[in-house]
Design a protein around this ligand. Structure first.
Ligand code: PMP
Length: 396
């Protein structure tokens, strides 16, 4: 059976990381995988996580199974984190969460649920988007199409985006990046979110808001503007939430699928269906990281520490973005970094072709995704000049 398999390729992002680790050049720069890095290029365990984790370890009485929907306390704090300003939705049972294996698990569970409801439902993602959005839905046999997102010259092409989503067939699914769009870094303004909401209502689309960078774009409150807005005007939606970046819990695989329903009964039903789907794929999620997040979000003191840390991280990313733009101006190649000035959050796309990316990696030891996506937190005082001069040398 295995001999007849066609060759396939490993995941390009994870492979890139491996190549970077094995590169012995001291000048090497990692702008690849989406990890937050501090100014030393490290991704240390957050202080709030360290404290909560030691408490979790010390107070563990057992490690018995939890149910398929995960840790109730975790589900509650995530619902609260997103809907604290809309607490009546929680009180009225219109919001329920289910624990998932990171944000990927949340998107996957959403996809399985939507497929179960209607396998012929179309799914619409931004062009470009996080590659796994496309792969997950395609893998389940669903039809995936794109709505345009960025303009040729850089920046968000909102009129074209809106025009295109207005043509999406009624009842289809639309995936929206809640904040820190991956890979462009272009987020919608409040006014643009209102315009998208109108079209979503008009066409009866089902939104799945992917919230993988909460707190890392414009801060904890502003980053969930679309979630709050949509919940004020829609009966139903999903939010796929990841705790990987904002809690730095990448490999602990902590996330949630948050359900907004029309009423308590429909929400309970949706959560039961989701739990059954979870049962046949993962049985039950990993609890350790979820305990850490619940501890942080339910202790006022730890919550304060976390909020401060996260805002420092977000400031550092903003600072790195500014530093790159300033250096590009200094070296007279700001055009190549024009996209960087338009965005927020961890990512930006620089206008390099596939071959340029290979040259940057092989000759300059600068690692980025094939699409030209760079992780801005990989930029620091020591490497900013080198990054800009290398890209300038390449692009001429
Ligand atoms: N959605 C988007 C847009 C992402 O960029 C990522 C992480 N790269 C995820 C979801 C998944 O995150 P996790 O690592 O929590 O599975």
């Amino acid at each position: 059976m295995f001999e007849s398999l066609e060759m396939t390729h490993p995941d390009p992002i994870l492979t890139l990381s491996e190549h970077f680790m094995n590169d012995t050049n001291p000048r090497k720069v990692d702008l690849g995988i989406g990890l937050y890095k501090d100014k030393y290029g490290d991704t240390p365990v957050m202080e709030s996580v360290r404290i909560a984790e030691s408490f979790v370890v010390d107070s563990a009485m057992d490690k018995i199974y939890k149910g398929s929907s995960g840790l109730d306390g975790f589900c509650d704090v995530i619902s609260w984190l997103l809907f604290r300003e809309r607490s009546s939705l929680i009180e009225n049972g219109r919001v329920l969460s289910i624990q998932t294996i990171g944000g990927t698990g949340a998107v996957r569970l959403a996809a399985e649920f939507l497929k179960q409801i209607d396998p012929d439902k179309g799914v619409w993602v931004s062009d470009p988007t996080w590659g796994n959005h496309i792969d997950i839905f395609l893998h389940l046999g669903m039809k995936v199409s794109c709505y345009p997102y960025q303009s040729g010259g850089g920046g968000l092409n909102f009129p074209i985006m809106l025009e295109s989503i207005r043509k999406i067939p009624e009842g289809d699914v639309i995936i929206l990046h809640g904040c820190g769009h991956n890979p462009t870094g272009y987020d919608l303004s409040k006014c643009q979110w209102h315009a998208v909401l109108e079209v979503v209502k008009e066409r009866g689309l089902f939104p799945v808001i992917d919230m993988a960078y909460h707190g890392l774009a414009n801060g904890l409150c502003d980053d969930i503007y679309c979630v709050e807005l949509f919940s004020d005007h829609l009966d139903e939606m999903f939010v796929a939430y990841s705790c990987s970046k904002n809690f730095g819990l990448y490999r602990d695989r902590v996330g949630a699928l948050v359900v907004l329903g029309k009423n308590r009964d429909s929400c309970v039903k949706a959560k039961l269906h989701l739990s059954r789907l979870a049962r046949v794929s993962i049985s039950s999620p990993a609890i350790h990281g979820a305990l850490i997040v619940s501890e942080i979000l339910s202790s006022p003191e730890l919550n304060r520490v976390w909020v401060e840390e996260l805002s420092r991280m977000s400031l550092r990313v903003k600072f790195a973005r500014g530093m790159l733009i300033k250096e590009a101006c200094k070296q007279g190649c700001d055009d190549a970094f024009r996209n960087v000035s338009n965005g927020v959050g961890l990512f930006s796309l620089i206008p390099v072709g596939r071959e340029d990316v290979d040259v940057l990696r092989e000759e300059f030891c600068i690692y980025m995704l094939d699409s030209g996506r760079i992780n801005l937190s990989g930029v620091n005082d020591d490497n900013v000049g080198y990054i800009v001069s290398s890209i300038k040398a390449l692009l001429g």
